[in-house]
Design a protein around this ligand. Structure first.
Ligand SMILES: [Zn+2]
Length: 280
């Protein structure tokens, strides 16, 4: 099978791919690109958010099944697990476990992503922004590891023991939700009679500065796949959460566009870039 190019996503937990960039992943798969997902952990520290779901099964088993479901719907390859354990929220005891992603040696973890880059030869890599979206330690670590791997995979002097030819991807993007999106969401919540401040998030303060957003992908053509992939992660969707409560039209309005910060190449983007493969 010949592909138009390869996109690799590097995330931390089952659900990161669908909640953040499910539309982009599905869109490029539909357009004939190879789309590969690396996920650092199996979400072992997650809790079942849906109280109607009762199970004695380990959460990691449930979440692996949910991620497989999402990948099938998105039409993407994977998941390929990096093999670390979910570190849990910042400050939780799971942070200290030696098998956690947070405690993983940076060079060793980078090597695992370098190996995947050399094997799949992506043109474009996407991962979290340095703040991990909302500061989850595994998201921040995924950013560090993927960014280092992006810069080292093309260097023959690094990780020669892998026995794979070096490969330099061309473009690196961070997923980045703009502040204006959170402001608009807060406004819609108030219109729907929900007080955003009561939801534990300061929506007015969240998000990246609008000016770092270089790239907007219109995923309205694959909203159905994005929504269904998202719903695969049933264990992680709280029926009392914002997503379940906002009116469908408002949710769809926010799901229709996915936002990125182009990091490599560094050259400024003229206007708004609308294709991750632009210029390749
Ligand atoms: Zn996550």
């Amino acid at each position: 099978m010949s592909y138009r190019g390869t996109l690799m996503a590097v995330y931390a937990h089952p659900d990161d791919e669908s909640f953040g960039t499910g539309g982009t992943l599905a869109l490029y798969a539909e357009r004939g690109y190879r789309v590969v997902l690396l996920t650092a952990t199996k979400g072992e520290a997650g809790e079942i958010q849906d109280p109607t779901m009762r199970s004695d099964e380990p959460i990691s088993e449930i979440r692996q099944r949910e991620l497989k479901c999402a990948c099938e719907i998105l039409g993407i390859e994977g998941p390929y697990y990096l093999g670390y354990r979910d570190s849990g929220m910042a400050g939780s005891p799971d942070n200290e476990r030696p098998d956690s992603f947070l405690q993983a040696d940076l060079d060793e973890a980078t090597g695992r992503v370098v190996e995947a880059i050399r094997r799949f030869r992506p043109d474009v890599i996407i991962t979290f922004e340095p703040g991990g979206g909302y500061g989850h330690p595994d998201h921040i670590k995924a950013n560090e590891v993927a960014t280092r791997a992006f810069h080292l995979a093309g260097d023959p002097a690094r990780y020669p023991e892998q026995g794979l030819p070096p490969w330099q991807p061309r473009k690196l993007y961070y997923t980045a939700l703009p502040r204006r999106l959170f402001r608009a969401m807060a406004q819609r919540m108030r219109e729907a009679g929900i007080d955003p401040a009561q939801r534990g998030y300061n929506y007015e303060e969240r998000g990246m500065p609008d000016e770092v957003i270089s790239t907007e992908i219109d995923v309205s053509g694959v909203l159905d796949k994005k929504t269904r992939a998202f719903l695969c992660h049933r264990s992680q969707i709280s029926p009392n959460g914002i997503i379940a409560q906002l009116p469908t039209e408002a949710m769809q309005e926010f799901m229709r566009t996915e936002y990125f910060w182009r990091v490599v190449p560094e050259s400024p983007v003229e206007g708004v870039e609308r294709d991750l493969f632009a210029g390749l």
